[in-house]
Design a protein around this ligand. Structure first.
Ligand code: NDP
Ligand code: 8X3
Length: 250
């Protein structure tokens, strides 16, 4: 029987690439994001391959999250794979110059939003005693870099939540693991720098960054391991990157 994956942040970058690869491999999809036209476009592209349903919600809004998930049609109501991917950095400032709205956005989206979606979906996995959760962390969740303060804190929280979920869901046979990418060229830096394209492009100049398909490939590898194999925590960087602050640029 085909599995169903629920992917947050499927309108762009890593989430979108994962949706495309999952569809190619026969995994039915619930794709989520706020940009409905992008969700519709992706649905049009992929519905020849799999059953696909779109959900539009702002992950910060727990009422919206619950309403969307409670309203899933019967054929999409059993979620086998949850990809907790939606997230972004907002700003890159030293802590004393940080913008409170940026801080709220990062903690509300990357941490609380991930928890809202998880809380809405995990009980059915517990009841069935099956499921697989992939949390998209970051190298920023493993080490802190200059001006990364609150984004790094949000991803360190994802690291802790990933460990906590794995411990609490262990009695139910639910697999939980994190994938922690380094520099991936997506819309991430456009969002971080609020549409400043030059600044965003500069992040990926002078070396070959990862692309979202590289991460999708790894996510697909993780979810296709035999049931007794759980990839618990994985860090992946471009070859040119050695740490958050060391990148070999030409
Ligand atoms: P993108 O900006 O390309 O994609 C972010 C996705 O998150 C979009 O689909 C966006 O959808 C969704 N999203 C953002 N805010 C909200 C919100 N409030 N409510 C609902 N959905 C939201 O970035 P990436 O693909 O790079 O990022 C995906 C994940 O990977 C993030 O968790 C990020 O932290 C992580 N990551 C990224 C790295 C990188 O270098 N790019 C490296 C390490 C980790 P929409 O705007 O339509 O709502
Ligand atoms: C994204 C990677 O180094 O830009 O999480 O923070 S980084």
């Amino acid at each position: 029987m085909k599995k169903t994956a629920f992917i947050t942040g499927a309108t762009s970058g890593i989430g979108k690439a994962t949706a495309v690869l999952f569809a190619k491999n026969g995994i039915n999809l619930v794709i989520c994001g706020r940009r409905q036209e992008r969700l519709d476009q992706l649905k049009n592209e992929l519905e020849k391959e799999v059953d696909i349903h779109t959900l539009n919600f702002d992950i910060r809004d727990k009422t919206m999250v619950n309403k969307a998930i409670d309203g899933l049609p019967e054929e999409f109501s059993q979620i086998d794979i949850l990809i907790n991917n939606a997230g972004n950095a907002h700003g890159l400032d030293p802590v004393h110059e940080g913008n409170l709205e940026d801080w709220d956005a990062m903690l509300d989206i990357n941490v609380k939003g991930l928890l809202y979606v998880s809380k809405a979906l995990i009980p059915q996995m517990v009841q069935r005693k099956s499921g697989h959760i992939i949390n998209i962390g970051s190298t920023a969740g493993k080490e802190v870099y200059p001006k990364g303060n609150v984004y790094c804190a949000s991803k360190h929280a994802v690291d802790a939540i990933n460990q906590g979920m794995r411990i609490d869901l262990n009695p139910f046979g639910i697999r939980v693991g994190a994938i922690n990418p380094g520099l991936v060229e997506t819309e991430f830096s456009n969002v971080r720098f609020k549409g400043d394209e030059n600044r965003a492009d500069n992040v990926y100049k002078g070396f070959q960054p990862l692309n979202p398909e590289d991460i999708a490939d790894i996510i697909h590898f993780v979810v296709t391991r035999p049931y007794h194999v759980n990839i618990a925590d994985l860090i992946v960087m471009p070859t040119a990157q050695a740490s958050s602050t060391i990148v070999n640029k030409s």
